[in-house]
Design a protein around this ligand. Sequence first.
Ligand SMILES: [Zn+2]
Length: 136
Amino acid sequence: MAYHVKKSVSKGVYHNLELLYQQINSLYFDNQIEAEITWGRFGTYAPRKRSIRLGSYCSQKKRILIHPAMDQACVPRICLERVIHHEMLHQKFPASKHPSGRRSVHGRQFKSAEQEFKNAELADAWFKDNLKRLLS
Ligand SMILES: [Zn+2]
C-alpha cells in the first residue's frame, strides 16, 4: 500500500468524502456499493512515475483510500467524484484472471461502466493540467 490510513477520517478540510461517496453510490450504483471511504495520510507515500494513484481500493477491507493531496480548495469536486467513482467500480467489477493467467484489473466491463461517469472529460482535463502541481 502506498500510504497509511488514519482511521475513519472521511471529512477533510475542504472535501467531505463520505458525502461525495453517498451521492455517487445513489447516482451510479443504485446504492449497491458497500465500502468505507477515507483519506490516506501523507508520509510514506511515494509517488510513482508512470501511474499516479489518487485513490485505491482494498477488496478485503472494502475500503477506499483517497490521496490527501486531493483535499485542497483548488481541487474541483468533479475530480474527486471521478476518482471515487473509479474506486467504487473496483468493488462492482473485481479483478479477474484471464485464461492466459494475466490479471485484469480494469476489464472491458469496468471500462465501459467508467465511461458512464458524467463530465469525465472536465475532470480529466483538470488532472492533465494540474496533477504535477497537486502532487509536488
Ligand atoms: Zn483502478
